[in-house]
Design a protein. Structure first.
Length: 111
């Protein structure tokens, strides 16, 4: 399955029909679901729980669903999001990650 196939199948299960509704639902859902991922990690690091990888997989799937919803809200595909992100990373870190480039990124140096 590719990103766009996933997004099309996932959109069958949404109830937001307008771009604004998709954007609102997507962003709010992302906050909630990413918080659930963080909660699993918090329980692992600070409360003595085992890391529940199956539950993390569920929550990551929910995060992906809401990314697709948000992308639909702004009229782009998940493939476009992925391509845009890779191009941004290639520009930011042309030779792979570097702490030096991370510390001195142009968007941080100009205020």
């Amino acid at each position: 399955m590719n990103f766009n196939e996933y997004q099309k199948l996932a959109q069958r299960t949404n109830n937001s029909k307008t771009p604004t509704g998709k954007l609102e639902n997507g962003c709010l859902g992302l906050a909630g679901e990413s918080g659930e991922c963080c909660d699993l990690l918090k329980k692992f690091f600070f409360q003595g729980h085992e890391l529940d990888k199956a539950k993390m997989l569920d929550e990551l799937g929910d995060v992906l669903w809401y990314i697709g919803e948000t992308a639909a809200g702004i009229g782009v595909t998940l493939e476009e999001v992925a391509i845009h992100n890779i191009e941004k990373l290639k520009t930011r870190y042309p030779d792979g990650f570097s702490a030096e480039r991370s510390l001195h990124r142009p968007e941080y140096e100009n205020g």
